[in-house]
Design a binder for this molecule. Structure first.
Ligand code: SF4
Length: 256
């Protein structure tokens, strides 16, 4: 087994950071948590979805809101068929990681490998996410990873706003139970559906946002690992590394 320093160097090189990069010596700059920039309200093009009250199709939202642990939440929602994605899934993908983790990653939705295994980020994008984590000194088990929707969209398409909004109460309860110190959103979809930010990810990545829950949670938007794999340039990989470094620095400066 190679030593941890070498693993760290390898991870940095995979992210496009070449040469030995020293541990930051200076106090990292405290990011200013800003309200999302002015933009059209996402509500304008959304059709509000009335929560289903049929417990045969999905759990009542009151039951979801009253779950006292992640395990109970998973049990409560794992047979959900509240949106069309439920009927097409092989496995429900709740999310996984350290339930006391301070860093929460939110992606878009399960892909083929995730649907088969019932775990988030296990394919090539998952491998890259693990390298991204290694570059900031984390292992997968140090963080928590989940998605906007818990069931695979067909052909890995983006979940529709209706699907995402129907699944959102589950994610919000997950966040309430996890109480993360910082959230990293991967790609445009979680930023749009969770925060209502419609700005393209290329423009907004690296700029702190704020989720108005639990007194305000800092949110760092960055590229989705699947995008990084498609655009495997040094600039894109370095951008992700910078975003994750900023998220890690925020946590280091704000211990529990
Ligand atoms: S994606 Fe979410 S809302 Fe849709 S069926 Fe799956 S768990 Fe239910």
């Amino acid at each position: 087994m190679s030593d941890p320093l070498q693993q760290w160097r390898d991870a940095l090189q995979d992210l496009g950071v070449f040469g030995l990069v020293p541990e930051p010596q200076e106090e990292p700059e405290v990011p200013t948590v800003q309200a999302p920039a002015e933009q059209p309200s996402p509500k304008e093009d959304r059709v509000p979805i009335a929560p289903s009250t049929d417990p045969a199709v999905c759990p009542p939202l009151e039951a979801v809101a009253s779950t006292a642990s992640l395990d109970l939440l998973k049990t409560c929602i794992q047979d959900c068929l509240a949106c069309p994605l439920g009927a097409g899934r092989i496995r429900f993908v709740f999310g996984e990681g350290d339930p006391t983790a301070r860093m929460l990653f939110i992606g878009e939705g399960p892909g083929r490998d995730e649907d088969l295994q019932g775990r988030p980020f296990v394919g090539k994008a998952g491998e890259l996410l693990e390298k991204m984590l290694a570059a900031i000194g984390y292992q997968r088990q140090d963080v928590y990873i989940t998605n906007i929707v818990k069931c695979r969209p067909p052909d890995n398409r983006t979940p529709t706003p209706q699907e995402a909004q129907r699944c959102l109460p589950y994610l919000r309860r997950q966040i309430e139970l996890l109480r993360p110190g910082v959230i990293v959103t991967l790609g445009a979809t979680p930023l749009r559906e969770l925060l209502g930010v419609l700005t393209g990810i290329t423009r907004i990545r690296g700029q702190w946002q704020r989720l108005e829950m639990l007194g305000g949670i800092p949110v760092m938007p960055t590229f989705h690992p699947a995008y990084v794999l498609r655009q495997y340039t040094q600039d894109v990989r370095r951008a992700v590394w910078e975003d994750l470094k900023a998220a890690r620095a925020w946590l280091d400066q704000h211990p529990k």
